[in-house]
Design a protein around this ligand. Sequence first.
Ligand code: SAM
Length: 479
Amino acid sequence: MYDKSSLNAEDFINHEEILETIEYAEKNKNNMELINQILDKAAPKKVGDSVVCRGLNHREASVLLACEIPEITERMNKLAEEIKLAYYGNRIVIFAPLYLSNYCVNGCLYCPYHLKNKEIPRKKLTQKEVEEEVIALQDMGHKRLAIEAGEDPVNNPIEYIIDCIKTIYSVKHKNGAIRRVNVNIAATSVEEYKMLKDAEIGTYILFQETYNKKVYEELHPTGPKHNYDYHTEAMDRAMEAGIDDVGLGVLFGLEGYKYEFAGLLMHAEHLEAVHGVGPHTISVPRVKKASDIDPKQFDNGISDEIFAKIIAAIRIAVPYTGMIISTRESEEVRQKVLKLGVSQISGGSRTSVGGYTEEERPTDTEQFDVSDQRTLDEVVKWLMELGYIPSFCTACYREGRTGDRFMSLCKNGQILNCCHPNALMTLKEYLMDYAAEETKAIGEALIKAELERIPKEKVKEIAKDHLEKIEQGIRDFRF
Ligand code: SAM
């Protein structure tokens, strides 16, 4: 039976409830009265000095997703943009993935790391190699990483992951430092999540892949990942272990997108109901070509239009949750969805183990084809030309603004006041240390314009003060 507060996967991601939701959405997809009510409910409202969004539940959001009336899609896009601007402003947080090991004991049918794939050379970074990769990433200007590894208790046990995290945080090369390590590793026990918490990780990210249990079990025929309940309940164990920020995601293309969309929102509702705080981020990967993997073998691929609609609908339904898009997507698609609510993107990514220290982008151990192959500097410049502020900020995490504290600040519209000056400061830092001349010129002009535009005198003062410190070369504080 559907129960969002239950700790059993099959209650909070209830198959019947998802089917009923899809049916309800289909039945109401042209019900203009209901659609108008839903859009009104989701619209940002001014309460005192703050802007407040109520979000939508999975049924309401599914109606919007099912509606095919072009005018409604247009209204959804406008609303998504409005919500994004109200909470995240024009900032886009930048990160890079760091692949530690492609050893894996699972049999996931869509993933090139699967045990039976003899085409990819298996590789695991030594601590020396982790250090070299981190130096290469710092030389690009990165401050925030998402570490990735296959599941292999012998080759990549939790102790190995912890050692890698310690190495990453310890590398201080020139002015560089990695200030936030997010972790994307397989579902594990409360005890191991506690070890990750103690290692001071940022967000724990785990993609559900698919919320449909039957499809999930078929796609994960062998290995520990086969256990749907253990995988689906992982975020509860992570939160029980004290990890405040968790990141959800599904791999679009494996199952029908309407099913995944409802499941994703039900998962978010469950976390909110049980832990008082929803997901920190939602990722929206789509299945890509990879070694021994042909995405055409999965018949639920979605068009760019549907993909954009899903993103807009997520932004409207969970206004306070960050949304991440990786280099699986092309520049063109990324440009389109940035407007609809994406708040974090990767740049200059290499999805191979040891890829950042290679001259050429290695393809033999790549996890998937990278569509956006631009350098970080090109991505930063492109963002600024589109009017966004690339942000390398990690301050929330170190200042303890995580979990429900982040969410309550966000809900009060306060994150804007911290994030905007911090984003400008970290951009300034990037421009001074790493940017190409043209990027620097554009960035300086953008910062100047932003500082003049910010009406709040206080924010302006703080920003200027910090900017001066950076210019004087004082680097003993972090953003
Ligand atoms: N091993 C970890 C786990 O089991 O969750 C996560 C690491 S894996 C490197 C990160 C994610 O890559 C997976 O959760 C999956 O969604 C995604 N992925 C796997 N194969 C892919 C493909 N062919 N195209 C796009 N993304 C893929």
